[in-house]
Design a protein. Structure first.
Length: 508
């Protein structure tokens, strides 16, 4: 639903609203009195967010000049929170072109300020020596600063907040490895910043004077090595002191695979992060305070940022996670309509069972699938598939769930993503694992003509090329075990689920 466009107040455009920072920035802007418009490739992913009915959502892509121009019409301040990292070897060129398009369109539309969140770069290090990730972030900032629109570039190093990729990497490395043989970058000095301070700077930057066109470093009060960060995490989390032994032999590639094996962060995302940690990233100034003054208790210290993040994790109150954004290169095609779909081969595996439980009981099991609850069949097979996916650079099974009981469109769910959800009726998942084709899994809670609860399950695969066909036929002998077992076990779990409370009925 689109928000009322006649409300007073300046209008802000947020790109990247489906991502970690963007998804938290939108409600902060709304609370600050802004009318918010969100530009998204798939606006449907915003549908179930708590603030969805308070914003205007438009479809578009920052690489598409026409959609960017339309989205920027009538906008006072525009937030650029997207990047093409992981989209392929030419991601730097994609970032460069997208920033150019956005800056030119903002100037033409009369936008009064751009705000960009980039990466903190080390002093005295030539840009050509930076990691591709940091180099591209720096170039995007320069392009926007040169766009002719007053621009604020905020440069942050490691962002600490519940669900942030840096926090999850730190958390899992420290919790899972009491003794660590680590890359030499654990001795690099870093200035982390709490996500609350990042959001405060982003909101405050919108009101900077028109003559301000520059970059600002933002960081917390602590400068630490990564080894210090792991030890302080252990202390805050109540863990025994960690033994950390740095060695010089782990290359960025090996480091990323090491991180990928130990944490939920896939190697493809871990690599740019670990490459960036090779250089010292410490703030050179704190000039942002001239325009966005620090309130009492800010910037938040590292230990307090950890405590706040851990409290959110333990209370299952994580608003957005690093996996909120879609995986670059993952399939985004909607499920082909059938039976009239004419796009080539489409393989399906269907299962259907009568369930001795109410639809509400069945739905609770369906919506609770994945994460700690698993996939209700042959756990070893799922674990092996997840490990193979991670070895291939995919996301694997460790992303888990944002919420233990509730799902919404766009949520990551292990190596799936929620493509559609009709509460009480339908859960459709789209695979984000490495596959030679596109795959979906549908789980339904229905009622038959006799009033009995029916569980319906459908796995769909659209193969790409000969390899895709070979993949389907190679795994089809295991479908009875995996998919058949899943259907039976979900039905059995529903019969054991708590009986509906009086008056409780499934939605829809």
């Amino acid at each position: 639903m689109d928000a009322d466009d006649d409300r007073p107040g300046p209008r802000a455009l947020v790109t990247g609203a489906t991502g970690y920072i963007g998804g938290r920035l939108v409600p902060e802007l709304l609370d600050a009195g802004y009318r918010v418009r969100c530009l998204a490739r798939s606006p449907g992913k915003l549908r179930d967010l708590p603030w969805a009915d308070r914003v205007e959502s438009v479809r578009g892509d920052v690489t598409d000049a026409a959609s960017v121009a339309a989205a920027l019409s009538g906008v006072d301040v525009a937030y650029y929170l997207v990047h093409a990292l992981g989209s392929g070897a030419d991601f730097e060129e994609t970032d460069r072109e997208a920033a150019r398009i956005f800056g030119e369109a903002a100037r033409t539309a009369g936008v009064r300020r751009l705000v960009y969140l980039g990466g903190l770069t080390p002093a005295q290090v030539p840009e050509r020596a930076l990691s591709p990730h940091l180099r591209s972030r720096a170039e995007v900032g320069r392009i926007l600063l040169g766009s002719g629109v007053p621009t604020t570039v905020l440069r942050a190093a490691v962002v600490i907040g519940s669900g942030s990729v840096s926090f999850e990497m730190l958390r899992h490395l420290t919790e899972r490895l009491p003794v660590m043989v680590t890359p030499s970058w654990v001795r690099t000095r870093i200035q982390p910043v709490a996500v609350r301070d990042v959001l405060r700077a982003l909101v405050g930057s919108a009101r900077m004077p028109a003559d301000v066109n520059r970059a600002f470093d933002i960081g917390g009060p602590d400068v630490l090595t990564y080894r210090d960060m792991m030890r302080r995490y252990a202390a805050v989390a109540g863990l025994p002191r960690r033994i950390i032994v740095p060695v010089p032999v782990l290359t960025p590639g090996l480091s990323s695979h090491w991180v990928g094996l130990v944490t939920p962060v896939p190697a493809a995302l871990a690599r740019p992060l670990t490459e960036s940690l090779r250089h010292e990233v410490v703030c050179h100034e704190h000039d942002i305070a001239r325009y966005v003054p620090d309130p009492p208790g800010h910037p938040i210290g590292f230990d307090e940022a950890l405590r706040l993040a851990l409290r959110r994790v333990r209370d299952a109150d994580v608003v957005t996670r690093w996996s909120s954004a879609s995986v670059s290169g993952a399939p985004s095609d909607p499920l082909p309509t059938d039976p009239d779909w004419a796009g080539g081969s489409l393989y399906t595996d269907r299962r259907e069972l009568t369930v001795d439980a109410s639809r509400a009981q069945l739905w609770r099991v369906i919506e609770g699938i994945g994460g700690a609850n698993g996939w209700y069949s042959f756990p070893l097979a799922w674990a092996v598939r997840g490990r193979l996916d991670r070895l291939a650079g995919g996301v694997g099974l460790r992303r888990g769930r944002r919420d233990a009981a509730r799902l919404r469109v766009g949520d990551a769910l292990d190596f799936w993503r929620v493509e559609e959800i009709e509460p009480g009726r339908l859960l459709r998942l789209r695979a984000e694992m490495r596959l030679p084709g596109l795959a979906w899994l549908e789980l339904r809670a229905d009622t038959d003509d006799a009033g009995r609860t029916r569980y319906r399950q459908r796995a769909v695969f659209h193969p790409h090329g000969l390899l895709g066909h070979a993949y389907w036929w190679s795994v089809s002998p295991f479908h009875a075990l995996v998919f058949g077992g899943m259907a039976r076990n979900i039905a059995a779990a529903a019969t054991r689920a708590p009986v509906d409370a009086p008056g409780e009925h499934p939605a829809g």
